[in-house]
Design a protein around this ligand. Structure first.
Ligand code: KG4
Ligand code: ZN
Length: 361
């Protein structure tokens, strides 16, 4: 079954054709990074307008790259999947409206999917001939981008048990703000990643808050770290080191990635699950990838499954892949389906017991 997946929840317009939920036949991603750079962040109204401009050419290109024709022809896809939650309402509405219209006009089944579940599904995708082994459920999944920060257990394509989220800024947002402070531009993640390579993390010891009440064992907070870097550098700087952008980047990154790794290690211990996948733009971070690949908990290795960067960022392939499983299970979305900016369960209700389940979303 060929599914056309459409993604427009934030600042990427993407479309992809995926076969049987696994093999990517085409993937097109139009990023708006340059458009938002002058504002140092994503401006929702600007994003929606850019989606309106990009959606038609992006879908057309994805279909033609897959050797298909748009419209009700024998050579089109078998179904259409689209992200309708969570995200920026105006941005979501562009992709959703396009997907519904296309599916209705072409007489195709249509399914709306959850963006976080789609990210969690991304490690199952392969492109072309490579025959990667199937990733077994359950696995832990760390989703970190400019808009979201979440640690969860993926139990099936449709079951994502949220362990923890951020209580304030998203991880990528902290990277972006620190980068603006350094005058290094937007988006900040790749710049700080590169600067940190030649810096010394011992140059500053930034706070790494740990939330201690029962429901927040896996939650993170990045706002204190950002404040420490931007407003309290004197307090945390180690005078034995020169105040270079490289040293600052390395110390910040050590604290940011260290907080994420602390939660991942706890989750491995508490759930006994020794497979971890990652997604979101920050999953491209070299330090995070290295630490996940080398992770050892209580003397035992943990297998890290880290998709290539184009499948970590927002993309239509993860939407098509997840949509395939829902469609195959008989699910269809009604034509009056709307968008949701938020979904329930972003916060874990209670800390799950070993192997247990947190709140679903
Ligand atoms: O998933 P994404 O492309 O878009 C959304 O936010 O939805 O993620 C973008 C975020 C930005 O905050 C960017 O600074 C961050 O991911 N990022 C990185 C790296 N590459 C991108 N953060 C840390 N290290 C990187 N190498
Ligand atoms: Zn995303």
């Amino acid at each position: 079954m060929l599914v056309l997946g459409i993604e427009s929840s934030c600042d990427e317009t993407s479309a992809s054709v995926v076969e049987d939920g696994r093999t990517i036949r085409s993937l097109v991603i139009a990023s708006q990074t340059e458009i938002h750079a002058r504002y140092h962040g994503v401006v929702p109204e600007v994003a929606s307008r850019a989606h309106v401009e990009h959606i038609y050419p992006v879908v057309r290109e994805a279909l033609s790259e897959a050797g298909l024709e748009p419209g009700p022809h024998a050579t089109t896809v078998d179904a259409v999947a689209v992200t309708n939650r969570p995200g920026l309402s105006g941005s979501l509405a562009v992709g959703l409206t396009f997907a519904k219209t296309y599916a209705f006009a072409a007489g195709l089944p249509f399914i709306a999917v959850d963006h976080m579940k789609a990210h969690a599904y991304a490690p199952h995708l392969i492109s072309g001939e490579e025959g990667a082994p199937a990733l077994e459920y359950p696995y832990l999944v760390l989703l970190v981008s400019g808009g979201h920060t979440m640690l969860a257990v993926s139990r099936s394509h449709d079951e994502l048990d949220v362990l923890g989220t951020t209580i304030d800024d998203a991880c990528g947002e902290a990277y972006d703000k620190v980068s603006v402070f350094l005058g290094a531009g937007y988006p900040g993640g790749p710049v700080i990643d590169r600067l940190a390579e030649t810096g010394d993390a011992r140059a500053a010891t930034f706070p790494r808050p740990r939330l201690t009440h029962a429901a927040s064992e896996y939650d993170v907070s990045f706002s204190g770290l950002k404040t420490a870097v931007v407003h309290q550098l004197d307090r945390f700087w180690n005078p034995a080191f020169p105040r270079t952008p490289e040293n600052l980047a390395a110390a910040f990154q050590d604290a940011a990635v260290g907080m994420l790794m602390d939660r991942v290690e706890r989750a491995v211990r508490a759930t006994g699950i020794r497979r971890i996948a990652a997604g979101g733009g920050v999953a491209a971070n070299r330090e995070l990838r290295t630490r996940l690949h080398n992770l050892v908990v209580d003397g035992g290795p943990v297998t890290a499954i880290l998709p290539p960067p184009e499948l970590c960022v927002d993309n239509g392939a993860m939407v098509a892949g997840l949509g395939y499983h829902s469609l195959r299970a008989g699910a269809r979305s009604p034509w009056h389906t709307g968008v949701s900016a938020r979904v329930a369960g972003f916060r874990a209700a209670t800390s799950p017991p070993r192997g247990g389940r947190g709140e679903r979303h």
